[in-house]
Design a protein around this ligand. Structure first.
Ligand code: ADP
Ligand code: MG
Length: 318
């Protein structure tokens, strides 16, 4: 469905410096799957989501959606056409909804931009309010009248009303109370099944995405460290970075504790993406580091069916 080849995104800073928020990322997203994307804050997860949604131009590489190569820079026309296929649901339901628009205007915006008749928009907005568990009367209210969970439902309705095929969910529950997180996840799963969606599901917590994902990609400082079937990446993580993500997870999981060796990781400062010039981005924190890690970037290698890892020392680790 999506083929990402060697995609990089550099942000320019002052004095000619730049950050490689994405550094030669290649991956495929299959029709109808949920691909989890995990990594600590600053790994480039949102940047990848925004590049895929056409919200950030990429610096290098190519992205194919179905059979079409996506443009580097979207024109307004490209955006109108492609945002009917690819939509994004944002992390923060408090800042991503325009406070001066009614909920009906927010949800219906994608349709009014496409010059859909007012009456049809109104009907669709009402139908979508019901689909996401809200009430048609809510259309005339403003975002501040709703709770975080309800606002995220509004954000979901806004994204899905144009009937996209591929939806990027950028940490859609991170800003919500624990008590409503599961409800929003269940809603997304139901809508995914009802509409045959393909999802890129971004999270910083591996244990959260593993339940809903078919496969998981682990990103660190703009590079893919590991990618594979969700249970493989969770229970049989091979990359020291993935193992670190697993071990810093506070939720007790007896099965995982039995199967997953815990490792000592250097918790020193995460290097800034502008500091990494070559080698493995995890080298400065990795317990298995050696000279080659500092000079040569490890390639993603197949270790199993559909399971790939970028590490020079797989032999040492498992
Ligand atoms: P994540 O979503 O995994 O937390 P982001 O994609 O937001 O990571 O950020 C990746 C890196 O790119 C970070 O170092 C961040 O500071 C930088 N970055 C993100 N957006 C911008 C921007 N608009 N301008 C400059 N740097 C940015
Ligand atoms: Mg983010």
């Amino acid at each position: 469905m999506i083929e990402i080849k060697q995609v990089s995104k550099h942000f320019h800073l002052s004095k000619g410096r730049h950050i490689k928020a994405l550094d030669q990322v290649s991956l495929e997203i299959h029709p109808n799957e949920i691909l989890g994307l995990v990594g600590e804050s600053g790994s480039g997860k949102s940047t990848l989501g925004k590049v895929l949604a056409g919200l950030h131009p990429k610096t290098m590489g190519s992205i194919k959606y179905k059979d079409e190569t996506l443009p580097d820079n979207y024109s307004a026309k490209d955006f109108l056409r492609l945002s009917k296929e690819i939509q994004m649901i944002f992390q923060d339901p408090y800042s991503s909804l325009n406070p001066r628009m009614t909920v009906g205007e927010i949800i219906g915006e994608g349709l009014s931009l496409r010059k859909v008749a007012k009456k049809t928009i109104q009907e669709k907005v009402h139908a979508w309010l019901l689909k996401v568990g809200l009430h048609p009367d809510h259309a005339s209210r403003f975002p501040h009248e709703f709770s975080g969970g309800q606002r995220q439902r509004i954000g979901i309705a806004r994204a899905l009303i144009v009937e996209p095929k591929f939806v990027i969910c950028d940490e859609p529950i991170s800003a919500l109370d624990v008590s409503v997180q599961a409800q929003v996840i269940q809603l997304l799963q139901k809508l995914k099944n009802d509409f045959g969606l393909t999802l890129l599901f971004i999270a910083h917590d591996l244990s959260m995405v593993r339940h809903i994902s078919d496969r998981i990609t682990v990103l660190y400082l703009g590079q893919i460290m590991e990618i594979g079937p969700a249970d493989q990446v969770f229970f049989h993580a091979k990359h020291p970075y993935t193992q670190k993500l697993n071990s810093s997870n506070p939720l007790p999981d007896p099965k995982r504790e039995r199967e997953q060796p815990t490792i000592q990781v250097d918790n020193s400062e995460i290097p800034s993406p502008s500091e990494i010039l070559r080698g493995c981005p995890f080298a400065s924190r990795c317990p298995h580091v050696s000279q080659i890690c500092k000079t040569e970037r490890p390639e993603l290698k197949n270790i199993d069916n559909n399971h790939q890892v970028a590490c020079h020392h797989l032999d040492k680790i498992n």
